[in-house]
Design a protein. Sequence first.
Lengths: 150, 150
Amino acid sequence: MQRTDFAGMNCSIARSMAVAGEPWSPLVIRDVFIGINRFDDLQRDLGISRKVLAERLRHLVDAGLLERRRYSERPPRDEYVLTRMGSEFIDVLMAMVAWGDRWTAQDSGPPVLYRHRACGSITHVEPRCAACGEVLRSGDVDVEPGPGLA
Amino acid sequence: MQRTDFAGMNCSIARSMAVAGEPWSPLVIRDVFIGINRFDDLQRDLGISRKVLAERLRHLVDAGLLERRRYSERPPRDEYVLTRMGSEFIDVLMAMVAWGDRWTAQDSGPPVLYRHRACGSITHVEPRCAACGEVLRSGDVDVEPGPGLA
DNA sequence: CAAGATGCGTTCCTTCAAGGAACTGAGATA
DNA sequence: TATCTCAGTTCCTTGAAGGAACGCATCTTG
């Protein structure tokens, strides 16, 4: 899909979606993050079409979120790992999880929990101001034109 | 699109994408947030097909992120506004903006800047632990099975 | 050694969503 | 009466997603 060229838009949301927002891509990234790194394992875990999985992996590698790494010479076998760019995208997925757990949870509760190793608590991410450290919600900011404005 | 039923998956990322991850939906939500609330204005601003825009608005209203509000009785005219659920989704978009500005920016820099009204700084969101307040990155958590695990 | 099994894709075909232009309809305006 | 605005709907074409089958190199098992 993606008939429209979101990648060329002058908007960080559009460009993020162009890179990692195609159907299945966020789930592929999540799986690679939790240690499912190989083609067949990804296909089995997600139930995705092999054709689409191959396309997504190619695209994510080209975009720089994933890296293909050889883990066996004979037979030649590759697996996929997150690059720095890819693992920082997990921040976005964690924000999605926090929102999804709150607003789209099943009756039974969230399927997975996140424990912060440093403090030991079950937790979720909370958006904060990078400058002052206070909680930062959508209503707390004013939007101003930036240098890259068309 | 979305031939697969992401909405039925037991994963908050998949369910979030099912609700707000279809092509154009994040941009529609962003536009409504910044004050573009009417059908024709959205269509003009985004350059989206009127057909797809109508589908997206219907879906976002049904899902609970947008609310249709009458702003004129004669002639009868409706506009779209964010619900609580929708405005909390802006947290996810702000995470996307932070990531997109860092990794997919043009040479000219980000198109828009966000000023935190409380502290006065140009800023971006930073994910922090809701329990202890420290910065929380993907590598800082352990994933554990939750109550809703299939 | 032949016969599967494994890993990682590619090919081909069908179905359904996106894009785009034209059309509808109610009310306002001139 | 004719035109304009707003908010969609209809219809047709194109192209992406789903799915099954196939390809090919290498291991493993009888």
